[in-house]
Ligand binder design. Structure first.
Ligand code: GDP
Ligand code: MG
Length: 399
């Protein structure tokens, strides 16, 4: 099925850069990722607004409502020190999501199909937008500082809109399949913390006796714009604070995290350099105003809390010459979106431009048709093309 596979792959980069054997060969496009290239003023970023939401239940079934939303219910601030045993219930009350099932953008596309008639922004807004998961944008934001994990993003254009869907890299897959037992338990602990901190009703109390089922998710759908790029993305939201000063999403949303207790200034510095960057990027994108962290001891019990207001995170690293800079993150993301928009010129849901990045190198592109990279489902493509006919495609032997 890879009729055009890797025609403009990284293999041609050198030829392209040196002009290649033929005068006509254009340089294979690539995008550098060095942080120093993206310093400069913070770009325009529209205050994110919530367009809607959906929920995934214990069987990972879609519901077009907020049934999976939970309510922030922390222990009393001046009570005794917390003692949440994050390992409690593991492994017998853990139902992890099946990570072999590749969902792509499917749930988000279902929401979009059901709401595209009522989208704000005026006619044609969606045609100029990028549609993706928040988590994919988070990876773009942190790319100039990432030293370990590469990524691949598949891109297809349909009726103008550019869709971006992550592809698991072979290295990430290998790591997932050989995930050490300790890491599995750490993942459980993060979800267990949410169970200790959230209630099912506003004003209710958490019930840590149930199972931890990571199929369940509440996802909010956001609209924003980065520079000239209108964005529609969805992200999983941990909980809403019924006591927040503003009841309007995303201002009332809270992101929950756990991390190891820190004991030295050096440990804090490293935390600010690495983990806080990821926390900032993830919450800044949807405008979630605060991250509440539980710090666990070596036995896995939460011993203290700290709230990190998203808009104050950069202050904690600003004076560190080896720290991160939000402008670099956002400027790189904007540059990637421009790069993707200008690379994917054909409107064809079966055509995939695969953007690949490994630390230390530039973002490169390869071109593919059909399986396995095509990710826009037939039900989506047919539904949107029925109401909005486009000229018949030239015949394609692969289809
Ligand atoms: P995050 O920011 O990385 O947590 O990801 P998003 O909030 O953008 O999540 C988008 C969708 O992907 C939601 O339906 C999540 O439940 C799902 N999701 C998030 N992380 C993972 C993951 O590690 N593996 C899989 N298979 N799905 C995930
Ligand atoms: Mg969380």
């Amino acid at each position: 099925m890879e009729s055009q596979g890797a025609k403009r792959g990284a293999g041609e980069l050198k030829d392209g850069v040196t002009g290649g054997p033929s005068k006509r060969s254009r340089p294979a496009p690539s995008l550098p990722t060095e942080a120093s290239l993206y310093a400069g003023p913070f770009p325009f970023y529209r205050r994110p607004s919530e367009l809607g939401c959906f929920s995934l239940d214990a069987e990972r079934r879609y519901h077009g409502d907020s049934r999976a939303l939970r309510y922030f219910a922390p222990p009393p601030a001046h009570g005794s020190a917390p003692d949440f045993d994050l390992r409690e219930g593991y492994p017998e009350r853990y139902r992890p999501r099946n990570e072999e099932i590749r969902e792509g953008l499917d749930h988000l596309l279902r929401w979009l199909l059901e709401h595209r008639g009522q989208l704000e922004g005026g006619p044609g807004w969606l045609a100029g937008a990028v549609v993706t998961w928040r988590g994919h944008l988070t990876k773009l934001l942190t790319t100039p500082y990432e030293l370990r994990e590469g990524w691949q993003l598949a891109a297809s254009r349909l009726q103008g809109t550019l869709y971006l869907s992550e592809v698991e890299t072979p290295a990430a897959r290998a790591q997932r399949l050989t995930r050490p037992p300790l890491l599995r338990e750490l993942m459980y602990m993060g979800y267990k913390f949410e169970q200790y901190m959230c209630a099912d009703t506003p004003g209710g109390s958490p019930d840590p006796s149930g199972e931890v089922n990571t199929n369940v998710a509440f996802c909010s759908v956001f609209r924003s714009r980065l520079g000239t790029h209108p964005l529609l993305f969805s992200g999983e939201v941990d909980c809403i604070d019924p006591k927040a000063p503003s009841t309007q999403p995303p201002a009332c949303y809270v992101e929950l995290k756990t991390s190891k207790e820190m004991h030295s200034p050096g440990q804090w510095k490293s935390f600010y350099r690495h983990k806080l960057l990821k926390w900032w990027a993830q919450s800044f994108l949807p405008g979630v105003p605060r991250v509440v962290a539980g710090f666990r001891d070596p036995e896995g019990s939460v011993r203290s809390f700290r709230t990190f207001p998203t808009m104050e995170m950069f202050e904690l690293i600003r004076s560190d010459r080896e720290g991160w800079n939000p402008s670099v993150c956002m400027n790189f993301c904007a540059a990637f979106l421009s790069f993707a928009q200008s690379t994917v010129t054909q409107d064809d849901p079966r055509l995939v431009h695969l953007f690949s990045w490994e630390p230390g190198g530039p973002v490169t592109v390869s071109v593919h048709h059909g399986a396995p990279y095509a990710f826009l489902p037939t039900w989506y493509v047919e539904a949107v093309t029925q109401n909005f006919p486009s000229p018949p495609k030239t015949s394609c032997p692969e289809d």
